[in-house]
Write a protein that binds this ligand. Structure first.
Ligand SMILES: N[C@@H](CCC(=O)N[C@@H](CS)C(=O)NCC(=O)O)C(=O)O
Length: 234
């Protein structure tokens, strides 16, 4: 068995089951991508809560794993070559777990790149842009008198929703008949936009009927229901 003691993160968050994949996270739209994927692939894992209230993400132990001070991060004792592998960035974690299990990723080369393309669309577009919209519409930025930043992100969120809506027309999921890591990356953010950020009306969410349809299907998956609550907040 691989010894995880060499990883400083295990000093703050001891591994009770060092043979299992270790997840360091919080149930945010980026965090739940990892927990939903782990529930989907049914890989045994041990979860550790990284509390933002106590700034856990800024501790040297966490930074040794995730130098960008963001969740989620994982430590897999059984990585490539049987050696432990540490990873941060949710998109990289999804790709790694898809490769490790052969699940939720097209197996032909062209389909694989197409899946990665839509995963990147979420990572570079939907995630960062919706995040800015949340800041300017619900959090500190909502009190700014100048509404141009908010309007810019509303317009950009609408544009991205339109791109996704057109892609989903005639398809069950982003990659067609097959549910994939592109869906696991994307739909927690759509859910967050209209749920936690309460920006549904602002972006005219009702216009995006395909996105609405697939969001509903996503929310019915047992692994999604479970993964959305992992790790439990105290
Ligand atoms: N691109 C990163 C973004 C991760 C991210 O923004 N995580 C947020 C929570 S959703 C975080 O850890 N924030 C803590 C901080 O900024 O201090 C990923 O997809 O993993």
């Amino acid at each position: 068995m691989n010894d995880l003691a060499a990883f400083p993160v295990t000093q703050k968050w001891p591994a009770l089951h060092p043979d299992r994949l270790q997840l360091y996270s919080l149930p945010t739209p980026n965090g739940v991508k990892a927990s939903i994927m782990l529930e989907e692939i049914k890989l045994p894992y041990e979860v550790h809560l990284v509390s933002f209230e106590t700034q856990d993400q800024m501790t040297p132990e966490f930074l040794s794993l995730s130098p960008n001070n963001k969740i989620p991060a994982i430590l897999d004792p059984n990585g490539p070559g049987g050696k432990p592998l540490a990873l941060f960035e949710s998109g990289a974690i999804l790709l790694y777990l898809a490769d490790k299990t052969g699940l939720f990723m097209a197996q032909d080369a062209a389909g694989r790149y197409e899946t990665i393309q839509w995963l990147m669309f979420q990572m570079g577009g939907i995630g960062p842009m919706f995040g800015q919209l949340g800041f300017f519409s619900k959090f500190a930025g909502k009190d700014y008198e100048d509404k141009r930043p908010r309007d810019r992100y509303v317009a950009e969120a609408r544009r991205l929703l339109g791109v996704l809506d057109r892609r989903l027309k005639g398809r069950d999921w982003i990659m067609g008949a097959h549910y994939s890591i592109a869906d696991i990356a994307t739909f927690p953010w759509i859910r967050n936009l209209i749920g936690f950020y309460e920006a549904g009306e602002l972006v005219g969410f009702d216009d995006f009927t395909q996105v609405k349809r697939v969001l509903a299907a996503f929310g019915e998956r047992p692994a999604v229901v479970k993964g959305l609550g992992i790790p439990k907040r105290p």
